[in-house]
Write a protein that binds this ligand. Structure first.
Ligand SMILES: [Zn+2]
Length: 207
């Protein structure tokens, strides 16, 4: 496993100013660790993400819902329906961060990322990647855009497939990387439920 990305010190030390900092190294790390065919902890479920533009952000802004802390979230890149100016403002900000509108934006709590274990970090990032899905038709076949040929992307909620993937990879059988195996030997530190309780997408769905 390549060295995992760290949030900037300036962000960790700042408890006053609300910050969002683009994390291209985090996306690069996620591709090299989970997405690409040669990835150290390759998961074929992320195949479509080879064709996705992904933007990632670190933040020091605390987030929570129903008394639970949100540590990460996956959203589509285009701002959702809002007033024309509000939407345009959000688009300008996103373009400044990423040089365009990505297919997905992943946001991570910097304080947690700086202190959690490798296994917790891998499980959290992969959990968010599993929300970054490709649309499927009524027969379960992946959908592609007729005009561009690119996959049609959408946010996926929890389903049996996702549950199985995370448990298989983090609950029981360790994968190849030595650091990962060493960490996994200590026992599953993070289960599907505990990740879901820390994820903004999942909390929105249970609410
Ligand atoms: Zn989730």
């Amino acid at each position: 496993m390549t060295h995992r990305p760290s949030p900037p010190e300036s962000l960790l030390a700042d408890h006053v100013t609300q910050q969002f900092v683009p994390a291209p190294d985090l996306v690069q790390w996620a591709r090299e660790t989970f997405i690409e065919d040669s990835a150290t902890l390759h998961n074929p479920e992320h195949q479509h993400l080879n064709h996705a533009l992904i933007g990632a952000l670190w933040t020091n802004v605390p987030n929570g819902r129903h008394g639970r802390i949100i540590l990460a979230q996956c959203e589509t890149g285009a701002p959702r329906a809002m007033g024309k100016w509000a939407k345009a403002r959000a688009e300008v900000q996103i373009e400044q961060w990423f040089g365009g509108i990505p297919d997905f934006i992943l946001t991570f709590d910097a304080g947690y990322a700086a202190t959690c274990s490798d296994v917790e970090w891998c499980a959290l990032v992969e959990h968010e990647l599993l929300h970054a899905a490709q649309e499927r038709d009524a027969f379960g076949a992946p959908k592609f855009s007729k005009s561009t040929g690119r996959p049609k992307f959408a946010i996926r909620g929890h389903d049996v497939e996702e549950f199985t993937s995370i448990v298989r990879r983090y609950g029981a059988e360790p994968a190849h990387a030595q650091a990962f195996i060493d960490a996994a030997k200590k026992g599953p530190e993070i289960g599907r439920a505990s990740i879901a309780h820390a994820c903004g997408v999942c909390l929105r769905q249970v609410a």
